[in-house]
Structures are given as structure tokens and as C-alpha cells.
Ligand binder design. Structure first.
Ligand code: TXA
Ligand code: MG
Length: 316
């Protein structure tokens, strides 16, 4: 049985935080997507995250904290550049990868010597983290390789009673995952585009490396990720309808044309990102094929394009 907590209820938040602190799995809203949380210092609890998601044990998790002073026990160095990024973007959708401290268990980092950390920008997440008073390891709360959840219902649909509790905070505002930036090498390296753009980061710390890197472990970069069960194809916005689901963008409203269900997302990349996963979840329930009209290929769309390519990536 999964407990469903209301994020707008103080007693519910306190109960959820107690569960987190005592080794249970609690899914909770962040500004990006819902996370599947457990006490990051509790190896046993963290192992249950991997079991619930059917996620390979060597895929490292992001550790979520409520305040900057919680970062020092997690890392072995805290460079000046990390401080500048934290000052500029935390709380927010930027995850920093740093050398880990001995306190962070192997289970949390997938056995590697670095740790990913962020302060989420969501009042419910922040309060849960404060009340739990432990760092919380949380991958997106979806079965491995499936589309990330942006509502509590998506979490329940995907994980059901493999999670002890879900805190409902309504839909996530950003809608795609955080940007992951490695600070391990001499030049900061973008491992996953996301809620904070490359140009926002470069405005604060100068040029970063964005070349895909085989050397840096970031399993979220596997081509098969973020995939619906349906077959996804990227199509020209002018291409004729085919039976199934279709995701477009612009000023038209969502509609059904013949045997095609068309969902319309906003034309701006932030608005589009905020609605993308919900559209995929909706169409995935109904159709075996989903066509996605290709948006502009300009830098503000980088994070969206990353997710679209993966959604349309190779099948298992
Ligand atoms: O927005 C988000 O980041 C959401 C919310 C819940 O915070 N979380 C999320 O977690 O997307 P997950 O596990 O689905 O993705 C974590 C990403 C993966 O691409 C993983 O490889 C990378 O972060 N990562 C984590 N630790 C790492 C490390 N030590 N080195 C390199 N990459 C790491
Ligand atoms: Mg994920």
C-alpha cells in the first residue's frame, strides 16, 4: 500500500519527512520532475530505490539538500567555481558533480568517487529536506528508461506500491530534469542539458565543455532513456497526420483529427518543456505510435532536443 500525502498539509509533510529519515522510499515533487527519495546516508534504503526503479546499481543518484551548509559533508573539495554556481543557481535545476567524501555510501554514487548534488527550488521539497534533516538521494520517480513523472499520478502509474509514499505537490513547473555539470576536470563539463541552460552557466563561469564524453560516467546519457512504451518518431511539423498520437506546438488547441490525437504545447522552450512529459504520458496510455513535430534547433531548445532524441532513440 502506498500512502498518498498532500504537499499542502503540514502534518502530511511531517509524516513524509519522518518516513524519509527512517529508511523509507518517498516520492516528492521538485521543480523539475518528481524524485524517488531515500536517506542518502542509508545504504539499505538507497538500495531499495534501485530495486523499485529496476535501475542498474552502477547508475549514480543525485543527492538533494535543503541548504548550502549540507554540501560540505558530502564532498571532499568545494572549489570556488562551485560556490559561484551555487550562489547563482541554487536553489534550482543545476546538479553539480564533485569528488565525494567518505561519508557518502557506494550505494548512492554507484560505487564511483564523485557525488552529484543539488538544492531543488520547490517549497515542498525544501521543507521535506529540512524536516528529514538528512541529505536525500533521489532519481526521477519512474521505472528505469521510462518517461520521468511530472505529477503524483505519473509516479503511482509507473511505480505503484514499489514506493512507500507519494507527496502530491501538483505538476512540476520546469518539467524536464536538472542540468548536470561535472566539476571534476580542469574545465567544467556538461553531462546533461536541463533546466539551466549552457549560456546561463557560461555567463557565470565562462566557457564549459559540452562534447559528449565516453570517459565520464553518466548513465543518464544512455540513448535508451526517457522512452515511452509507444514508438516515437520525430516528424516535420508539416507532415500529414498518421493514426496515433501527435505532439505539436503553437497556438492551436489540443484536438482529435480523424484517428490522430493531437496535443499542443507552447511555442516557447520553457513552456514546451513544462508540458512535454505529461503529453508523452497521456499519449503513451492510448497509442502505440507517437509523432512529435520537431521544434526549432536553436540553443534555447537544447534540453528539449536532448529529451526528444532519447524518446525517439533505439528500442530495447
Ligand atoms: O531534475 C533532476 O535532476 C531529478 C530530480 C528528482 O532532482 N533527478 C534526476 O535523477 O533526474 P536521475 O537519477 O534520473 O538522473 C541523474 C543523472 C544521471 O544522468 C546520472 O548519470 C547523473 O545524474 N549523475 C549522478 N551522479 C553522478 C556522478 N557522480 N557523476 C556523473 N553523473 C552523475
Ligand atoms: Mg531519470
Amino acid at each position: 500500500m502506498t500512502l498518498l500525502f498532500r504537499g499542502d498539509d503540514a502534518a502530511d509533510r511531517a509524516a513524509a519527512a519522518d518516513l524519509l529519515r527512517t529508511g523509507h522510499l518517498v516520492a516528492f515533487p521538485t521543480e523539475t520532475v518528481y524524485g524517488l527519495g531515500a536517506n542518502a546516508f542509508d545504504s539499505e534504503a538507497v538500495r531499495r530505490i534501485f530495486a523499485a526503479k529496476r535501475r542498474p546499481a552502477n547508475h549514480p543518484l543525485i543527492v538533494h539538500i535543503a541548504a548550502l551548509e549540507q554540501v560540505l559533508p558530502l564532498v571532499s573539495v568545494w572549489p570556488e567555481i562551485a560556490q559561484r554556481l551555487a550562489d547563482a543557481f541554487w536553489p534550482g535545476p543545476l546538479t553539480l558533480v564533485l569528488p565525494r567524501s567518505a561519508r557518502v555510501p557506494d550505494a548512492t554514487t554507484g560505487g564511483i568517487d564523485s557525488v552529484a548534488v543539488r538544492i531543488p527550488n520547490h517549497p515542498i521539497a525544501l521543507e521535506l529536506l529540512r524536516l528529514a534533516a538528512v541529505p536525500v538521494a533521489a532519481p526521477s520517480a519512474n521505472p528505469h528508461t521510462r518517461v520521468s513523472p511530472t505529477t503524483a499520478k505519473h509516479v503511482l502509474d509507473g511505480l505503484g506500491d514499489r514506493v512507500d509514499a507519494v507527496v502530491d505537490g501538483g505538476p512540476c513547473a520546469v518539467g524536464i530534469e536538472s542540468t548536470v555539470l561535472s566539476l571534476l576536470g580542469s574545465t567544467p563539463h556538461l553531462l546533461r542539458p536541463g533546466g539551466i541552460s549552457r549560456s546561463q552557466i557560461e555567463a557565470v563561469i565562462g566557457p564549459i565543455d559540452v562534447a559528449p564524453s565516453e570517459a565520464i560516467l553518466s548513465p543518464g546519457q544512455a540513448p535508451l532513456h526517457y522512452s515511452p512504451t509507444a514508438k516515437v518518431q520525430l516528424v516535420d511539423p508539416l507532415a500529414p497526420n498518421r493514426p496515433g498520437g501527435r505532439i505539436t506546438f503553437g497556438n492551436t488547441s489540443s484536438r482529435t483529427e480523424g484517428s490522430t490525437r493531437i496535443l499542443t504545447l507552447p511555442v516557447d522552450p520553457e513552456g514546451y518543456a513544462a508540458g512535454l512529459y505529461a503529453a508523452l504520458h497521456t499519449l503513451d496510455r492510448e497509442f502505440a505510435e507517437i509523432a512529435i513535430d520537431t521544434p526549432p534547433e536553436t540553443p534555447p531548445w537544447d534540453a528539449v532536443w536532448d529529451r526528444l532524441r532519447r524518446a525517439a532513440g533505439p528500442r530495447k
